[in-house]
Design a protein around this ligand. Structure first.
Ligand SMILES: Cc1cc2nc3c(=O)[nH]c(=O)nc-3n(C[C@H](O)[C@H](O)[C@H](O)COP(=O)(O)O)c2cc1C
Length: 208
């Protein structure tokens, strides 16, 4: 694949405002475009000396309010982890853009409230299956399996039965604290940090 070179006059190389706009465009686009490489970041959280990462699907990116969202099963152990330490990191790599984003966030878990209801109403019938397993994600099984009751395996459930999944459904809303942007180029790498903890986003160029 031919390398995409960011032209110096595109502004990305020297203009913080253009760079920030581009980052949020990439994130917002990933929530709509199933083929975007930013659609499935790794989400890392932990407490004490126990840290873990997993792939998630980016469901919302709000550049006006500076948050990212994904969906999860409320019974997952990452809920307890976030309750102990609400700071977590998303790592994205878009190979076609040659851009890595490391985004530090402060997370809220929304369960059985207006925010989770709004997202639940947008889920497709087939996706609701993910929230209908009888036991929590990570529970030991005596044999290989999905953990789903048989009729859910074959999508033989009504709209009303799918509503049971709402009990297990939650939304992670993660407010951005910092974004570290890294752009790889044969012409010279670029790295920058955007700090959202200041009222005016503080921008710093870094040695790559
Ligand atoms: C492509 C892909 C997308 C995934 N999306 C999600 C997601 O949006 N939310 C989620 O909780 N798990 C998602 N998973 C599963 C997680 O990576 C992980 O296996 C699961 O959440 C259980 O781990 P945990 O409970 O320890 O976090 C996805 C996995 C893959 C491979």
């Amino acid at each position: 694949m031919a390398e995409k070179i960011i032209k110096k006059d595109s502004g990305l190389y020297e203009n913080p405002a253009i760079l920030e706009k581009k980052i949020w465009q990439m994130l917002e686009n990933a929530t709509r475009d199933r083929t975007s490489e930013c659609r499935t970041p790794v989400f890392i959280c932990g407490s004490k000396n126990q840290f873990d990462g997993r792939t998630v699907v980016l469901r919302a990116a709000n550049g006006a309010e500076n948050f990212l969202q994904f969906h999860a099963d409320y019974r997952s152990s990452k809920i307890k982890t976030i309750q102990e330490n609400d700071q977590a990191v998303f790592v994205f790599y878009d190979r076609s853009e040659k851009i890595q984003l490391r985004i530090k966030t402060k997370c809220q878990v929304h369960h059985k409230n207006d925010i989770s209801r709004e997202s639940w109403l947008k889920t497709q019938h087939i996706s609701r299956k993910c929230y209908l397993a009888e036991s929590a994600p990570g529970t030991a099984l005596g044999q290989p399996g999905t953990g789903l009751p048989e009729k859910y395996e074959s999508f033989q459930y009504s709209q009303e039965e799918s509503e049971l999944g709402f009990e297990n459904f939650c939304v992670f809303r993660c407010y951005v604290l910092t974004i570290e942007w890294l752009y790889l180029s044969a012409k010279g790498h670029r790295r920058a940090k955007l700090d959202y903890e200041n009222p005016d986003v503080k921008f710093t160029w870094l040695t790559p």
